[in-house]
Design a binder for this molecule. Sequence first.
Ligand code: FES
Ligand code: FES
Length: 164
Amino acid sequence: MPTDTHKITFTINGRKMERTISPSLLLIDLIREELSLKGTKPGCLEGECGACTVLINGDAISSCLYLAVNVNGKEITTIEGLSTDDRNAPFDPVQEAMIQHGGVQCGYCTPGMVMSIKAFQEHCEANRFVPGREEIKKAIEGNLCRCTGYTKIIDAVESLFEGE
Ligand code: FES
Ligand code: FES
C-alpha cells in the first residue's frame, strides 16, 4: 500500500465498508464518486449551504468540509439510508412530513435539509424536548433553500412533534 493512502473502515447506511483512500479525499467525494450515492448534493463546497449534509454518528455535518479519513470507525447516514423497503411506507417520517407540507420544490436542498432535520428530531426526542418555531429555524439555519421561503419546511418540522 503506498504510504500516502489510508485504509479506513466505516458503516454507511447500515453497510460495513473498507476503503483505501488518499488522506485529502473529502467525504462528499467518497460518498458521491467512490460509493455512487448521488443523493448527497454538492452546492457551495465551502460549508455555507448545507446541501451536502450527512449524519456521522447521528450528528449533521457538511461533507464538503470533512475529510473522509475521519470517518474511520464511524457510522455515516446519507439520504439513501432513510428510505425503507416497505412499499407502503417507503419514506422516513421527516421525508413524509416534507412532502405533506409542501417543503420540497426544486428539491436540490432537500436531501441536506432532511438530514439536518433528522439529526435535530433525534436530538429533541432523546432529550424529550418539543421545539418551537424559533428553535426549528435555528436548527435549519445552516441549510439554504432558494425556493420555499422556509415556512413550509418549518411547518413540516413542527408537525413531527405534534401530539408530543
Ligand atoms: S456544498 Fe457543503 S455546505 Fe455547501
Ligand atoms: S426546494 Fe429548491 S432549493 Fe430548496
